[in-house]
Design a protein around this ligand. Structure first.
Ligand code: COA
Length: 169
């Protein structure tokens, strides 16, 4: 299994991976709408010739922070085909995705998801850093990972995803 940047010819397979893993089209459509926007990152997991997993990152804004000066990214969606799950592919996508975010100069990464999956990467409840999600979500589901010590110093308040996310509930 290898992980690499998504290429233009991967788009149909990435749509399928998301649609199958989530059992609906919302996340696949979301990726189709966000792809190519500035500061987005899309990685695929490949086995043989087949794309079996996908992870996507897009910029989020943080209240009172100049987005041109400090990059914050939102992780999601992440998807692995059901018959390839529980083999470490989601872990590798997350680890390599976060590392790419770091290399691109992002200060931190937020995610909305099951803490049981994300805690292993060092994500903590975003509320502990004074960050709030614009969506009503279960306690602890909104999480953050600082990519450098003190990255969130002087940063708190409302975090907002790209508006396209609002159509994906
Ligand atoms: C979440 C997902 C991407 C994980 O991919 P994966 O390749 O199965 O993940 P891994 O094999 O690396 O699993 C790592 C660990 O996370 C746990 N895990 C996997 N999926 C999980 C989930 N949905 N919730 C909580 N824990 C999960 C596994 O138990 C495993 O722990 P272990 O090593 O102690 O057994 C995959 O289950 C998926 O595509 N789910 C459907 C779409 C989805 O819900 N996306 C995430 C939205 S937050």
């Amino acid at each position: 299994m290898t992980i690499r940047l998504e290429q233009p010819e991967d788009q149909a397979a990435v749509y399928q991976v998301n649609a199958i893993a989530f059992g609906r089209d919302h996340e696949a459509e979301l990726v189709a709408r966000l792809r190519g926007l500035p500061q987005t990152l899309s990685l695929v997991a490949v086995e043989g010739d087949a794309i079996v997993g996908h992870i996507f990152f897009s910029p989020v804004t943080l209240e009172g922070v100049d987005a041109d000066r400090q990059l914050f990214l939102g992780l999601g969606p992440i998807a692995v085909l059901p018959d390839h799950q529980r083999q470490g592919i989601g872990t590798q996508l997350t680890l390599q995705g976060v590392e790419q975010c770091r290399q691109r100069g992002a200060k931190s990464v937020v995610v909305l998801g099951n803490p049981q999956f994300y805690i292993r990467f060092g994500f903590i409840p975003a509320a502990e850093k004074g960050l709030r999600c614009e969506y009503r979500v279960p306690e602890g589901a909104f999480q953050v990972l600082e990519l450098a010590p003190g990255a969130l110093e002087h940063c708190w308040g409302l975090v907002q995803y790209r508006p396209e996310f609002a159509d994906c509930e």
